[in-house]
Design a protein around this ligand. Structure first.
Ligand code: NAI
Length: 398
């Protein structure tokens, strides 16, 4: 029998519990089903579908709106008892199993979304097996590297400040410590490379390829998740390399809007709220912001996990009656996070934190740690231990 061990290095999770991940997917499906059905597109492509925001989007649209989905991700399967692969691998499997029980198409592609080949494979699948067209394309990639499909050059993204170094508090979940960290400013090359990886270039390439292949419906929508944040994280997010990449997505949304004009399509930047994900837990200082923010939002009843946030975005905002847009036409579900009282109280709380109290009742460290653990299948609600062999895990098909 395989022993599942939660293994954290710094703020990176290494071990996974495949059965816990399955239960977490089931919990998210229950959340959506309990809200009841809603009307939304029925043929959806999700690029970056295997975890957090992309997975939550897929679950909401499939189990809330009855959508057939194609999910693209870059994940690894099990090799041995010591190397069980990545969480997203098992999320893909659990999602597919449950969606197919409902009679929905749930096609998983595990390959590099940045390549021309993956775009072509997805297009062929849409044409030959998915009814010919998609009416919603969700772009939810988060990656540390990208190989340009035309030049073959590989770019790495960096999470850095721009101009001045930033000094601030961070936590280490492995060692349970609170410490001061300095984030160096990025070089021009690092800024450029981060925009290449996390900016909107690949989103636009996808939309051009899909449009050219004539697999987009009249009135197609494409969404891309952004983050703007507040003065509390501006020096290292909005004003840093990631902020530049997100600004690039705003620009590429304009290009895509021009591209889709003749089919009445639309590119929508969705400025999403801060949540605990694989990506966000390694952004310097961000976990400290989260443990303060979540405490205040939890008290106000506005704290959301990815499934709560994405379900609200599609059910109530994009395909509901309650959308909030800013002057640039971006959807702003992050308004709960940005609420001025929430921000003022978060700031006040964060200023009081130190090594002796950061993981006490004063903060939402417990919520952050649980959500972080859930991403790897640990501390999952309703989970019951079961025996499973490595052969059984290897036999699972995505
Ligand atoms: P995540 O790390 O949980 O998921 C990323 C997805 O991209 C996974 O499905 C992964 O397999 C896939 N992926 C990565 N590289 C790939 C490749 N080369 N080919 C195919 N698939 C690949 O990320 P998360 O946090 O859900 O982020 C998604 C988007 O949401 C990002 O644009 C992020 O900036 C944005 N966002 C995140 C917020 C947060 O607090 N985590 C807040 C607001 C926006």
């Amino acid at each position: 029998m395989v022993q599942f061990k939660q293994n954290i290095r710094g703020n990176v999770a290494l071990g996974v519990n495949p059965l816990g991940l399955k239960q977490e997917v089931l919990n998210e499906i229950d959340y959506v089903k309990n809200k009841g059905p809603y009307e939304a597109p029925k043929k959806v492509l999700i690029i970056g579908a295997s975890s957090s925001y992309g997975l939550a989007t897929r679950i909401s649209l499939a189990f809330g709106a009855g959508a057939d989905t194609i999910g693209l991700s870059y994940e690894k399967g099990p090799k041995s008892e010591r190397n069980l692969g990545t969480a997203g691998w098992y999320n893909n499997i659990a999602f597919k199993e449950e969606a197919e029980k409902e009679g929905l198409i749930a096609k998983n592609f595990v390959m590099d979304a940045f390549s021309h080949e993956s775009k072509q494979e997805v297009i062929d699948y849409i044409k030959n097996e998915f009814g010919g067209k998609v009416d919603l394309v969700v772009y939810s990639l988060a990656s540390g590297r990208r190989t340009d499909p035309d030049t073959g050059e590989t770019y790495m993204s960096s999470i850095k400040a721009i101009g001045e170094p930033v000094v601030g508090p961070n936590i280490n979940m492995q060692k349970q410590t609170f410490f001061t960290e300095t984030l160096d400013p990025a070089t021009d090359q690092e800024i450029h490379d981060t925009v290449k990886v996390m900016g909107g270039e690949d989103w636009e390439l996808w939309m051009r390829a899909l449009k050219e292949a004539d697999v987009l419906t009249e009135g197609v929508l494409t969404t891309n998740y952004s983050y703007l944040g507040t003065e509390l994280n501006h020096p290292y997010y909005g004003g840093g390399t990631l902020g530049r990449a997100k600004a690039d997505c705003d620009e590429k949304a304009d290009n895509i809007n021009a591209l889709l004009k003749d089919i009445n399509g639309k590119a929508l930047i969705v400025v999403a709220t801060a949540v605990t994900t694989k990506a966000s837990s390694v952004i310097p200082f961000f976990p400290v912001y989260c443990i303060g923010l979540y405490k205040i939002m939890d008290e106000k009843g506005t704290h959301e996990t990815p499934i709560m946030h994405q379900d609200r975005i599609y059910r109530e905002m994009i395909y509901g009656s309650n959308p909030e847009y800013d002057e640039m036409g971006r959807l702003r579900p992050d308004s709960w996070e940005l609420d001025s009282d929430t921000q003022a109280k978060t700031k006040e709380l964060i200023m009081k934190l130190n090594d002796g109290n950061f993981n006490s009742d004063m903060t939402a460290y417990d919520i952050f740690y649980k959500e972080f653990s859930n991403l790897s299948g640990f501390m999952v609600d309703n989970y019951e231990e079961q025996d499973v062999t490595i052969e059984e895990l290897k036999a699972l098909e995505y």
